[in-house]
Design a binder for this molecule. Structure first.
Ligand code: DGJ
Length: 734
C-alpha cells in the first residue's frame, strides 16, 4: 500500500539518564473515531495493554497510572503474554528455544505508526524482543477510523542461533477490566449452525475452539461478543467488545478471568497438536484478529463489523448479488439437460437472475450419481449431460440469467480416478487407515501438487464455458487421523497450519486469475463461516437447513458478525427436506429476502399461485435489496425472545430509506399485539410506510407517514398473531 505519511514514534528505546522516564512515558494510543486501544511500557520494559474501549483523546497520563499489583502475583495486562518468568496465565506465545529453554520474556523495543493511503487507516507496529534468546515479535495493529475496527496480527521472528519450536502462537491478546463479562458466542451442528450461547464469565478459563480443520464453524465459531459490566445482552446500549478471527483452520479463543477480575482474551490458530518449527532466520505470521468496540450495545458492534467487512475485507463488498435458483433440493443428483433447462425457464419466468448447477454433473468412469462415487473427477458426465456445460450456461445467459456451478475440489471419493492415481495425496496419519465421511477423503492441501490440482479444478471448470459467473465451493468433511506425506515424522504437527496456508495459497491464485467470478463458501452448509474465508469468497452458504423457522435463529446468529450480503438464504419446498416442517410461502420469502435471496426447489412442483407470489416477492426484493446489501442492520429483539416475535431493519446510510422485516414465530393469542420500536431512522424526519408481499393494505399505518422520533420512541403495533405470520415494509423519508 502507498503511504501518505510515516510517523516513527520511537526507533530504539534509548537508555539514557532519562531512560526510565522515557520508558514510563511510552504510551501508544491506537485510535478510531469512537475507540482507543492503549498500550504503555511498564518500568520493567514490558508492554502492557491499558485500555480498549471508548475513545481517549490524550492517553499520556496512562504513563502515571499504577496498577497496584505485586510483581510476584504475575503479570496481568501483558499486551502479548509469553510463557515464562512471572507469567502464569495462558500464554499468547510459548516457545521452545534452541537451547531447550521454555521461557520467553518479551520487552518493548520500538513502535511505528503509518497512516495509509486513504487516511482512514493507520497501521501501528510495536516491536518486542527477548534479547537473551534472540526472539522478536511484531504486534501489528491496523485501525480503521470510520468503521471502529482494529485488526491485529503478530509476526514472530527467529533470530536465535538454531531452530525453535512454537507451541502457542496466538494472533492477539486483550486484557480488559470490568465488573462483569457477558460472553455471547455461536455454537451448533450441521443444519443447526450459528445458535447463540450466552454465559457470564466466572473466574477460570473458558475456551472455544475447533479441532476438526476444514469445516471449522459448524460446532463453534471464532467470533464472539463480550458485553461489559452487565449480565444482560443488550442490542442497543452498553459497552461491547466483539472479536472475530480470520482463520480457516483450527482456532482457539481463550477467556481467562484471573484473581484481579481481569479478563484476558486470547485469539488465534489453535495450538492444539500444532507445534510449528521455525528455522533460524524464519518468521511466522499469525492470522488476523478483528476487534471492535461499541458503546451502542451489540447492534453497534455488528454494524461496525458489517461496514468494515464490506468496505475493506470481503472479496467484493459492494458487488452484485443476483437472486438465484440452485438445483440441489429441486433435483439432487437426478437430472439431465432438459431438467435443468426447464428449471432455468422457470427461474427466468419468476424473475430470478442466476441458475446454479449443484452437485452431480461430473465423473465418467465413476459417474457422480450419488455421493458414493466420482468426486475428484472433474470432467462432465457424458451420459447425463452430453450437451456439456457451455450449452447450459449459454441457455441461462440467453434467458437473461447468469450461470453458476458447484465444485468440491479439496475432496475425493475413494471411487474416483483421482484417488486411484494419487493415494499419497490423501490426508492420513502414518499408522492408521483413513476414515470416510460422506464416503469421501480429504486431499492434503499442504502438498504443492494438491494445491496445483485444486487450482486446476477451479480453472478447468471455468474453462468449460466462458459464461460461468459463479462457483459454489463445497467441502463436506473435516480432518480425521491427521497427517501429511509431505512432512517429516517430527513435523507432522505442522499439518494443521500448513493445510490452511495451502488453501490460502490456492485462493490467492484463483483470485488473481478470477477477480470477478462470484464464489460461495459452502462446507456442508455453514462449516466455513469465518473471516479468513471471507477474504476470498463473496458469500456463505449459511446452512443446509433451508427451513424458515430454523433459519430465524441461524441467520440471526450469523448477523451478529457478518453482513447480510454474505448470508445465502434460500426459499425451499414444503414439507422442508431437513425438518419436515411446513411454513407458508410468504414466511419463507420474508425470511430469505432478509439476506441474499435464492430459491432451492423444483419450480415445476409449485402451483401457478405460488409462482405468481414468488414473482412479485422477487420483483420487490430487487427494488430494496440495495438497502440490505449496503445499509445498516438494526435488530429489533431476536428469535430467542420469549415473546415469540422479533424484527430487523436495514437502513440506508443516509437514513432516507429502510426496510423493516417483522416475524411471529409462535401463536400470540388474541390479546398480544406485537409492538416494534424502530431503530436507525432520523428522528427529525418523517417516514412513509408501504407493506409489500401482500395484496391489500392490512395495517393502520400502511400508506401513512409517521415522524421518526415517534417511530423510535413508540414504534408501530403489528398484529402478527399466528405462528409464521410476517410483514415487510418499505419505509421512505418524505
Ligand atoms: C452440501 C451442501 O451444503 C449442499 O448445499 C449441496 O451442495 C450438497 N453438499 C451437494 O453434495
Amino acid at each position: 500500500m502507498k503511504l501518505s505519511s510515516i510517523i516513527t514514534a520511537a526507533a530504539v528505546l534509548m537508555l539514557s539518564a532519562f531512560g526510565a522516564e522515557a520508558e514510563n512515558s511510552r504510551v501508544i494510543n491506537i485510535r478510531t473515531e469512537k475507540s482507543s486501544l492503549v498500550f504503555s511500557v511498564n518500568p520493567d520494559g514490558m508492554l502492557v495493554c491499558d485500555h480498549y474501549g471508548a475513545a481517549i483523546g490524550d492517553a499520556s497520563s496512562f504513563s502515571l497510572r499504577k496498577n497496584y499489583i505485586r510483581g510476584d502475583h504475575g503479570t496481568p495486562y501483558a499486551a502479548y503474554p509469553a510463557m515464562g518468568g512471572r507469567s502464569f496465565g495462558e500464554p499468547a506465545l510459548a516457545v521452545t528455544h534452541r537451547n531447550g529453554d521454555l521461557n520467553t520474556e518479551l520487552k518493548y523495543v520500538s513502535h511505528t505508526t503509518e497512516t495509509l493511503q486513504d487516511n482512514n487507516i493507520s497501521e501501528t507496529t510495536i516491536s518486542l524482543a527477548d534479547s537473551i534468546q534472540g526472539l522478536e515479535t511484531d504486534l501489528v495493529f491496523t485501525a480503521y477510523w470510520k468503521q471502529n475496527i482494529i485488526t491485529a496480527h503478530t509476526v514472530i521472528r527467529n533470530r536465535e542461533k538454531g531452530d525453535i519450536t512454537l507451541r502457542s502462537f496466538y494472533s492477539s491478546a486483550l486484557p480488559i477490566k470490568a465488573e462483569k463479562y457477558l460472553l455471547t458466542h455461536l455454537y451448533g451442528a450441521w443444519a443447526r449452525e450459528a445458535q447463540v450461547d450466552r454465559t457470564v464469565l466466572t473466574h477460570g478459563t473458558k475456551s472455544i475452539e475447533s479441532r476438526k480443520g476444514v469445516r471449522t464453524t459448524h460446532t463453534e465459531s471464532p467470533a464472539f461478543m463480550v458485553s461489559l459490566d452487565t449480565d444482560r445482552f443488550d442490542e442497543n446500549n452498553g459497552d461491547v467488545i466483539a472479536g472475530a478471527l480470520a482463520w480457516s483452520g483450527n482456532f482457539k479463543l481463550n477467556f481467562e478471568v484471573d484473581e484481579f477480575n481481569i479478563l484476558t482474551i486470547l485469539a488465534g490458530a489453535n495450538p492444539y497438536a500444532s507445534e510449528y518449527r521455525l528455522k533460524k532466520g524464519e518468521s511466522f505470521t499469525t492470522p488476523e484478529m478483528i476487534w471492535t468496540f461499541s458503546a451502542e450495545g451489540a447492534g453497534g458492534a455488528s454494524r461496525n463489523l458489517h461496514r468494515w467487512a464490506r468496505d475493506y475485507w470481503m472479496h467484493s463488498g459492494s458487488g452484485t448479488v443476483p437472486s438465484l435458483l440452485n438445483s440441489w433440493e429441486g433435483a439432487y443428483f437426478n437430472f439431465d439437460a432438459k431438467t435443468l433447462t426447464d428449471m432455468i425457464d422457470d427461474a427466468a419466468s419468476m424473475g430470478l437472475e442466476m441458475f446454479v448447477l449443484d452437485d452431480g454433473w461430473f465423473g465418467n468412469k465413476y459417474p457422480r450419481n450419488n455421493d458414493k462415487a466420482g468426486l475428484g473427477d472433474w470432467d462432465v458426465n457424458k451420459e447425463k449431460l452430453p450437451e456439456g456445460i457451455d450449452y447450459l450456461a449459454s441457455y441461462a445467459h440467453e434467458k437473461g440469467l447468469r450461470f453458476g456451478i458447484w465444485i468440491e475440489p479439496e475432496m475425493v471419493n475413494p471411487k474416483s480416478e483421482t484417488a486411484e492415481k494419487h493415494p499419497d495425496w490423501i490426508v492420513k496419519g502414518a499408522s492408521y487407515e483413513t476414515t470416510l465421511i460422506r464416503n469421501q477423503w480429504l486431499l492434503d492441501m499442504s502438498l504443492p501438487a494438491v494445491q496445483d490440482f485444486v487450482f486446476n479444478v477451479f480453472d478447468r471448470t471455468m474453462s468449460l464455458s466462458d459464461k460461468i459467473d459463479y462457483i459454489k465451493w463445497d467441502a463436506n468433511r473435516h480432518v480425521e487421523n491427521a497427517g501429511s506425506n509431505g512432512l517429516p515424522d517430527d513435523r507432522q504437527s505442522e499439518f494443521w497450519i500448513r493445510y490452511v496456508q495451502g488453501f490460502y495459497n490456492v485462493m490467492e491464485r484463483i483470485r488473481k486469475k478470477y477477480p470477478d467470478v462470484m464464489v460461495q463458501a459452502c462446507a456442508s452448509g455453514g462449516g466455513r463461516v469465518e473471516y479468513g474465508a471471507l477474504k476470498y469468497f463473496d458469500e456463505f452458504w449459511t446452512s443446509d437447513n433451508t427451513e424458515a423457522l430454523s433459519r430465524t435463529k441461524i441467520q440471526y446468529g450469523t448477523s451478529l458478525f457478518f453482513p447480510a450480503n454474505v448470508i445465502g438464504s434460500h426459499v425451499s419446498a414444503v414439507p422442508n427436506h431437513q425438518t419436515g416442517n411446513i411454513t407458508p410461502l410468504k414466511f419463507r420469502f420474508d425470511i430469505a429476502c432478509s439476506g441474499r435471496l435464492g430459491m432451492e426447489l423444483q419450480p415445476k412442483h409449485m402451483t401457478d399461485d405460488e409462482k405468481a407470489f414468488a414473482r412479485k416477492a422477487i420483483e420487490s426484493y430487487k427494488g430494496y435489496r440495495d438497502i440490505i446489501m449496503n445499509g445498516d442492520l438494526w435488530r429489533i429483539g431476536s428469535p430467542y425472545d420469549d415473546c415469540g416475535y422479533y424484527g430487523m431493519m436495514y437502513v440506508s446510510e443516509d437514513k432516507s430509506k429502510a426496510v423493516l422485516f417483522t416475524y411471529s414465530i409462535k401463536y400470540q393469542s388474541r390479546t398480544v399485539i406485537p409492538q416494534f420500536r424502530l431503530r436507525g431512522l432520523d428522528p427529525e424526519r418523517s417516514y412513509h410506510f408501504k407493506e409489500i408481499n401482500v395484496d391489500k393494505p392490512r395495517f393502520w399505518f400502511d400508506g401513512k407517514t409517521l415522524p421518526g422520533d415517534l417511530l423510535e420512541a413508540k414504534g408501530v403495533n403489528i398484529p402478527l398473531r399466528g405462528i409464521y405470520e410476517s410483514a415487510v415494509f418499505i419505509i421512505e423519508a418524505e
